[in-house]
Design a protein around this ligand. Structure first.
Ligand code: HEM
Length: 324
């Protein structure tokens, strides 16, 4: 397979397709929709926060005298709608785990896309709920909020670990044999390409020995993994810089951004994927162990938060707050 075939598509697809012949970037539509999702949510949250800033910074006794109180208090015209939006987000967040249990739901769309939507909603929900609560977190609802925030923050670590386990296009974990086959193909492509000298690639592909990794305490191994991911960004920039003129180096922010040289970018994509997959294989047992433990924490906290949120919704419904 040519360097071209591997490098033309996105990171996750690239991994799964390293042994086939992909030509079309089928993920583009999803990426655009996701980007728009982040844009809309950010605009909404920032817009309402900016509008309500002089209200949210008042203390509880001053708020009823603000002209914005009727709009922004939790039961206000905007406040209650934010609560309903939070509820819709909350229900949608749970579609991802439900999908694994309901076969018909599981057949809709791809797992990876559902997870991306889960992450978008999971990150946005605490902001929307904080605005709904007008930044006053009390009682059941307050506890639910803090648990949701903890679940959301833990989700960021979970998402990182999820990405450390090599997966196929439908997000199923790949066997070690499948990963090694992909690695071998990437290695062949790297050896064939003529753009990047092998001596330059050595720094990028240099990893600690398996024995050393095995003896590391889990937390240290996790931090090490993250540092390797971070340092790869700069090593790739160094690789790029060697092929760029001074002006190009400035426009690409010292090689951090992609260049307009397709051959170079294709070779770099293969090198990046090879370095990334080699690191994931090296730390695989550690990632799997921690990801399993992470599930044990993320799940019960999510359900506790769901229970408290439901109690809160039932209580406000009984108090007649939905008669707007
Ligand atoms: C605040 C709202 C959130 C709730 C209530 C929530 C809830 C859940 C639940 C119930 C699961 C299934 C757990 C299991 O099957 O063991 C799950 C999985 C997951 N969540 Fe969240 N989550 C939230 C936010 C987030 C965020 C913000 C992220 C990432 C930034 C995230 C990343 C993940 C990942 C990576 C998985 C595991 C995927 C898998 O193994 O298939 N979650 N979440």
């Amino acid at each position: 397979m040519s360097v071209n075939a591997t490098a033309a598509v996105t990171a996750n697809v690239r991994l799964a397709n390293a042994t086939s012949k992909p030509v079309v970037d089928t993920e583009k539509g999803h990426r655009i929709r996701l980007f728009l999702g982040y844009l809309i949510v950010t605009a909404l949250v920032v817009g309402i926060f900016a509008y309500g800033f002089n209200y949210y910074t008042l203390n509880s006794s001053e708020r009823p005298f603000s002209p914005k109180h009727v709009l922004l208090k939790p039961s206000g015209t905007i406040g209650v709608k934010l609560g309903l939006l939070g509820l819709a987000m909350f229900l949608s967040i749970f579609l991802y785990p439900l999908r694994k249990r309901w076969a018909w739901l599981g057949r809709q769309g791809s797992s990876r896309h559902w997870l991306d939507n889960h992450v978008l909603l999971g990150l946005a929900a605490p902001f929307v709920i904080a605005l709904h609560a007008a930044f006053k977190f009390r009682g059941f609802a307050g506890i639910a909020f803090w648990i949701m925030l903890a679940v959301s923050l833990s989700g960021v670590i979970g998402r990182y670990l999820y990405g450390q386990i090599p997966r196929s296009l439908n997000a199923a974990e790949l066997s070690l044999k499948e990963v090694q086959d992909i690695q071998a193909k990437l290695g062949e492509q790297l050896a064939e390409q003529k753009v990047l000298p092998q001596s330059d690639l050595r720094a990028l592909l240099n990893l600690p020995s398996p024995e050393r990794v095995q003896n590391l305490p889990t937390v240290v191994a996790l931090v090490y993994m993250m540092l390797l991911d971070l340092s790869r960004v700069f090593k790739i920039a160094t690789l790029r810089r060697r092929h760029l003129s001074f002006v190009e180096q400035i426009f690409t922010l010292g090689g951090l951004r992609k260049t307009t040289h397709p051959e170079l970018e294709r070779a770099i994509e293969v090198a990046r994927e090879e370095a990334s997959i080699a690191k994931r294989v090296l730390f695989l047992s550690c990632s799997q162990k921690v990801f399993h433990l992470w599930h044990v924490v993320h799940k019960p906290f999510s359900y506790t938060f769901a229970l408290l949120a439901i109690i809160h919704i039932v209580l406000v419904a009984m108090m007649g707050y939905f008669s707007f």
